[in-house]
Write a protein that binds this ligand. Sequence first.
Ligand code: SAM
Ligand code: SF4
Length: 341
Amino acid sequence: MLDHAASVRPQPMIDPFGRGIDYLRVSVTDRCDFRCVYCMAENMTFLPKKDLLTLEELDRLCSAFIDKGVRKLRLTGGEPLVRKDVMTLFRSLSRHLDAGALDELTVTTNGSQLAKYASELAALGVRRINVSLDTLNPALFRTITRWGDLGDVLGGIDAALAAGIHVKINTVALKGVNEAEIEELIAWAHGKGMDISFIEVMPLGDIEPSRLDQYLPLSVVRARLMDRWTLTESDHRTGGPARYVTVNETGGRIGFITPMTHNFCESCNRVRITCTGTLFMCLGQEDAADLRAPLRASEANDLLYAAIDRAIARKPKGHDFVIDRRTKRPSVTRHMSMTGG
Ligand code: SAM
Ligand code: SF4
């Protein structure tokens, strides 16, 4: 591999609000083998493959962020495990774990390809993964994902657990869809030793169903859960926005990711890059910086570091998501699959 050592010393990333940036999420592809109703339209147009950064370029970009203080790296998408040869990227990035430069290399996946990759991911040092799963009902699973097969995902989860990977389930709370199944999902996840986080649907990208029809505030879910279980506040943190409670009866944890009812921006420690090398400083804002041009302009990283510094200096204080009857358009026009969840 080329040595891309730069002549300037990379500086840590501190934004204008004093927040240190040590978490990078990378969308390695905008493509996916599912078409979840809250995430994508059925007929999505994807980027031409030629616009994507190569796996080598993605490695170099991630490594530059690690030089600038990133300690936690999550590969996401689209569906990261459908990108051709994606394991090459995991293999090369795992050197940063071996060197102690990175605390955690992880992935958010729909689980469809996990049975194939779980043991290699574990061998490369991936210790925790997030698997998205909104229902245990095969027919409803097909309805929500449009194209997915529940059996494949459950097989993938079992393969990951068997490989010794900690699996956290991510579930989007959908009004009138999986609303009645939430307790069953918790009991199932905790029965397998997995934590589970619920996510409020966010207004990202144009899709056919209305967000108002899908949006279920987690404050409502939480109040209902308290009728059945004893929830104790937990100070468990994974570096992400979830706030956890422990269920006394099961011993498992439930995370609540509440961008709508509780804005989690004040402790934001992360930025995101897309598969074309665009840096988004906030999931909920349109402002972005192109890193592909500085990446390709020279083999040294000076231009890249400078472009990152300029972008971090513009990181906004927070997002302005709104879902209401007057706001017919999504707050942010790009889909979640572009920047990664
Ligand atoms: N394909 C992978 C998966 O589904 O886990 C990774 C990418 S996906 C965009 C990441 C997460 O974003 C998933 O847990 C998904 O449920 C969530 N997600 C997608 N669109 C969303 C939206 N509009 N609001 C809230 N969560 C969303
Ligand atoms: Fe694909 Fe994940 Fe979006 Fe579902 S949520 S369509 S699995 S990218």
